[in-house]
Design a protein around this ligand. Structure first.
Ligand code: ZN
Ligand code: ZN
Length: 187
């Protein structure tokens, strides 16, 4: 875990209290289901890339059909509580960060020097994130980010994806990692 900027572990502070003390509108507060993992994501320092992974491995670790990620500069992610944060390294390619308390997936770490891929669902309940989102979604509902966004490992999607979501998506689809270009160092 040394690659992240971290604060010393602190006593658990209720989310509502921390929420009220947030310094910047651009800092999103996120936590897992049990609160054993909490972090701040600063959206000012880079325009992220968003992907929805359709690979079987993501299904196995989440129980969900797909797993969306938001790429962020490592320096923009600060863990403020990590009592239950652990790493699992199923392949040499990447580490998965997860919570041993509630089982939440936290992030995918491809060992890229500057970039970390946060599980998007952890951010979605902070109003600051949703305010940011309004600024990157066009009138027609498409997302407008600097780097290509879309479904990756589309070839690995199971048939239930069509049953649940239909045969089309707002986002472009690609096989394997698709256009995998985000590098926070370029910001
Ligand atoms: Zn947890
Ligand atoms: Zn995946």
């Amino acid at each position: 875990m040394k690659s992240f900027l971290r604060r010393p572990a602190t006593a658990m502070v209720p989310m509502v209290q921390r929420w009220a003390s947030t310094m910047s509108k651009n800092v999103v507060l996120a936590q897992c289901g049990c609160g054993g993992v909490q972090f701040e994501a600063d959206l000012r320092k880079g325009i992220p890339q968003l992907t929805v992974c359709n690979c079987a491995a993501c299904r196995k670790v989440t129980g969900a059909v797909q797993l969306p990620f938001l790429a962020l500069p490592r320096k923009s992610v600060t863990f403020t509580e990590e009592a239950t944060l652990r790493e699992w390294e199923p392949t040499a390619l990447a580490k998965r960060l997860f919570c041993t308390g509630c089982g939440a997936q936290i992030a995918m770490d491809y060992r890229e020097e500057n970039t970390i891929w946060i599980c998007l669902g952890l951010l979605c309940d902070d109003q600051h994130f949703n305010d940011w989102l309004k600024n990157v979604v066009n009138d027609d509902g498409h997302i407008n980010l600097k780097y290509p966004c879309g479904h990756i490992f589309w070839e690995s999607r199971p048939p239930i994806v069509e049953v649940l979501y239909g045969d089309h998506t707002h986002l472009p689809v690609s096989e394997d990692f698709g256009v995998y270009v985000y590098d926070a160092a370029q910001e």
